[in-house]
Design a binder for this molecule. Structure first.
Ligand code: HEM
Length: 317
């Protein structure tokens, strides 16, 4: 491929700061209520399915433009993986849900997207290529209201009919079949910078044999890991132009090819309860990033505030 465009730009709304603070307050209030019921935990992606140790290998043969940030030089990194169900409740795996695949790449150094020194490069990915809302506002409204009672959600939809398409988008996403964490692809759904470029990220599952009969996603993963590692290609698609690859609208699938920039290998392993507790208490946050991989767009800017508030409330380590 030819050298990607550097012609991307963020457009920051004047009212964003207040709005994001309000949204974060909504998530924290919901989190406090749910934590009374389920024990200390995250506002969303509360149920951890598995905690895994993995390795990220950056190859030596990337094209010049793809050698940026974490992918600048060939190297191997230890990675923590947190697999999760997306909901605010601790529901059974059979309940339709968004699934999360979070990575914490350890042993990273250099300036951080948050200022100071980066200690890890995190990715928080979901099994959908696009987000259910163009911006964070409708998503936050739908989720924090649904987190109260279904009746409340109905009431807010009657008051604000613009939420109806958002609910439909969520319903459609939930209907998509999920074949398991070993065989499904996962996506950033929102962009990050990649040196001077902008990209979205995909984790491409390389394992065959989907297990459609699985009702316990952890068992599906650990059954496989008893005998074989699980491999994934880490891929990026580069910003081309605002029509095909919008920065500020997370509800659009990017129309750009994916290129492989690293390999994630989850080695053979068994469940480890102490490690699982450590991972559940840890932070996985797209803003825990090298400055070269700063999250971009309104949805990402909202996440900066909401994740930090959630981490504070649950005393994350
Ligand atoms: C592209 C959009 C998004 C993706 C891909 C995404 C994905 C994820 C994932 C994978 C996690 C679990 C992280 C972990 O394992 O620790 C998570 C947690 C969370 N998400 Fe999102 N999310 C998105 C947008 C949002 C937005 C817009 C908000 C709110 C404004 C939000 C609020 C939260 C909160 C509060 C948590 C819990 C954070 C914590 O306590 O660590 N998310 N998200």
């Amino acid at each position: 491929m030819s050298v990607p465009s550097v012609g991307w730009r963020e457009v920051v709304g004047a009212d964003e700061e207040d709005r994001h603070r309000r949204q974060a307050e909504g998530f924290v209030a919901m989190q406090a209520r749910k934590s009374e019921k389920f024990g200390n935990g995250r506002a969303l992606h509360r149920k951890q399915v598995a905690a895994l140790r993995a390795t990220l290998t950056v190859p030596g043969d990337l094209p010049e433009y793809a050698r940026q940030g974490l992918f600048r030089v060939p190297d191997k990194y230890d990675v923590w993986v947190r697999l999760s169900n997306g909901g605010f409740n601790r529901a059974a795996d059979a309940v339709p849900d968004i699934r999360g695949f979070s990575l914490k790449v350890l042993g990273v150094s250099g300036p951080s997207a948050l200022g100071g020194e980066a200690v890890s490069q995190d990715f928080a990915l979901i099994n959908h290529e696009k987000f259910s809302s163009p911006t964070s506002e409708d998503f936050s409204k739908v989720v924090t209201t649904a987190g109260q009672t279904p009746g409340r959600l109905l009431l807010s939809v009657v008051k604000e009919p613009r939420l109806i398409p958002r609910l439909k988008a969520v319903a459609t996403a939930l209907k998509e079949p999920f074949s398991g964490f070993a065989t499904q692809d996962f996506f950033s759904a929102a962009p990050i910078s990649y040196g001077p470029y902008a990209v979205r990220v995909r984790l491409r599952a390389l394992a065959g044999y989907p297990n459609p009969g699985a009702v316990d996603w952890a068992a599906d993963v650990y059954d496989r890991l008893a005998t074989d590692p699980l491999d994934y290609d880490v891929q990026v698609q580069f910003f081309a132009d605002e029509q095909r690859t919008p920065i500020e609208d997370a509800s659009v699938t990017w129309d750009a090819p994916y290129e492989t920039v690293a390999r994630l290998t989850v080695g053979r392993q068994k469940p480890d309860e102490a490690f699982a507790e450590e991972v559940d208490a840890a932070v996985f946050d797209p803003w825990n990033a090298k400055a070269e991989h700063r999250p971009l767009g309104e949805v990402m800017r909202a996440r900066k505030v909401a994740y930090f508030a959630s981490q504070q409330q649950r005393n994350a380590t």
